[in-house]
Write a protein of this length. Structure first.
Length: 172
């Protein structure tokens, strides 16, 4: 894996498969193409925001068309996508079933995982070293693509999608 951290934000005004594909192409072009951030054959965790079992129209979870679009681009490139999260409420399996992502994943041979099996790792921020607990499943992939849901929130006025990477150690 190439060790870089970059963020791309591309406007896509509707959840339409073709428009999402165009927005994703612009996103990956920002990085100079997938080959600049992902190696062929890499295992890539797609980390959506799966807060709880809900419909995508409720604006609580990452829209399944975005997840599917990224997964398809990774498959075309020659990488192996894995979809995973650790929801605050409920199980990943119920959420993906509600979103019909289970059908998509099965059709394309994509694993769906609960980000569990916590492991302690050391991290450094400036001169301070501290321990973190991170999902072992997140640590066992070559790269992570964070796919947050930018939303308003009942506990906070606006989440700005910051918390979505709380289990991610390697983020693209």
């Amino acid at each position: 894996m190439l060790k870089i951290t970059k963020v791309s934000v591309v406007r896509c005004e509707v959840y339409d498969k073709e428009k999402i594909s165009i927005a994703l192409a612009q996103t990956f072009d920002f990085f100079g193409g997938l080959g600049n951030v992902i190696n062929k054959g890499a295992k890539v965790l797609l980390k959506p925001n799966f807060l709880k079992e809900s419909n995508y129209g409720d604006c609580t979870v990452t829209h399944p068309l975005v997840i599917e679009g990224i997964a398809e681009k990774l498959l075309e490139f020659g990488a192996t996508p894995i979809i995973g999260d650790s929801p605050a409420f409920g199980a990943v399996s119920k959420i993906v079933r509600r979103l019909k992502l289970d059908t998509f994943a099965e059709k394309h041979g994509i694993d769906i995982v609960e980000l569990d099996n916590a492991r302690r790792v050391k991290a450094q921020c400036g001169t301070k070293t501290f321990n973190l607990t991170v999902s072992g499943k997140a640590l066992d992939v070559d790269a992570i693509i964070n796919i947050p849901k930018l939303k308003a929130h009942v506990q906070l006025l606006f989440t700005a999608a910051v918390k979505n990477s709380n289990y991610s150690a390697k983020i693209i």
